[in-house]
Design a protein around this ligand. Sequence first.
Ligand SMILES: NC(=O)c1ccc[n+]([C@@H]2O[C@H](COP(=O)([O-])OP(=O)(O)OC[C@H]3O[C@@H](n4cnc5c(N)ncnc54)[C@H](OP(=O)(O)O)[C@@H]3O)[C@@H](O)[C@H]2O)c1
Length: 213
Amino acid sequence: MVTKVAVVTGANKGIGFAIVRGLCKRFDGVVYLTSRDETRGENAVIQLSKEGLHPKYYQLDITSVKSVEKFRDYIKKEYGGIDILVNNAAIAFNNNTKEPVTVQAEQTLFVNYFSLLSTCEILFPILRNGARVVNISSSCGHLTQIPGVALRNRFKDPNLTIEQLGELMQEYIEAARKGTQVAEWGNSSYVVSKVGVTALTKIQQRMYNDRGK
Ligand SMILES: NC(=O)c1ccc[n+]([C@@H]2O[C@H](COP(=O)([O-])OP(=O)(O)OC[C@H]3O[C@@H](n4cnc5c(N)ncnc54)[C@H](OP(=O)(O)O)[C@@H]3O)[C@@H](O)[C@H]2O)c1
C-alpha cells in the first residue's frame, strides 16, 4: 500500500506548526514537519510528541535549491511522491525595522515569492495524482492593497505568465532601489510578496486546469 505524504514548510513555529499538528490528527499518512533550522525543528517535533503526535522531521531551507532538491530526492526514494504540500515558510520585517527599504524588498521577495516559486518548481514533479498544494498568502495579498491602477490591471491579466509575474516582482525591487515605489506599490514589501503569491497561485491553478487540453 502507498504511504501518503504531507509536507509543511517553515513548520517549527506559528501557523506552520499548527498545520502540522492538525494534519497529524487528521491525515492518513506521514506528516513532514520541515524547518530551516534543525534544532528549532527537532524541538518542535519533541513538543508535538508530548501531545501524542508524531510528525517526521527533515531540514528544509526554501531559499536553498540544494536543500529542496535533497528533500525531493529523499521523499521520492522513500515514498515515491507527495500528496499534500503546504508552502507556509515566509518572513516579515517588523513595522519599526531600521533596515533600508531596498533590503526589505530584496529579502522579503526572495524568501516569500521567489523561493516559494523555486520550491514549487522542484517539488511539483513529484506531486502524486490528486495531490493538494496550499500556498499560504494573506489578506495582505489582496490586489486592493496595491495603489497603482495600471499595476493592478497587470496583476489581474488572466493570461499573466509566471515569467511576467517574476518581472513584476523585479520591477518592485528596482523601484524600491530607486526609492520610487510608494505611489504605485505602497509601502510594504510583505504586501507585494503576498500579492505575488496570490497571483502565482492563480497561474498555477490555470496551468493545472489547462493540462492536457
Ligand atoms: N501571522 C499572521 O497573522 C499571518 C496572517 C496571514 C498570513 N500569514 C502567513 O502565514 C505563514 C506563517 O506565518 P506565521 O505567522 O506562522 O509566521 P512565523 O511564526 O514567523 O513562522 C514563519 C516560519 O517560516 C520559517 N522560515 C522563514 N524563512 C524560511 C526559509 N528560508 N526556509 C524555511 N523556513 C523558513 C520560519 O523559520 P524560523 O523560525 O527559522 O525563522 C518559521 O518557521 C506565512 O506565510 C505568513 O506570511 C501569517
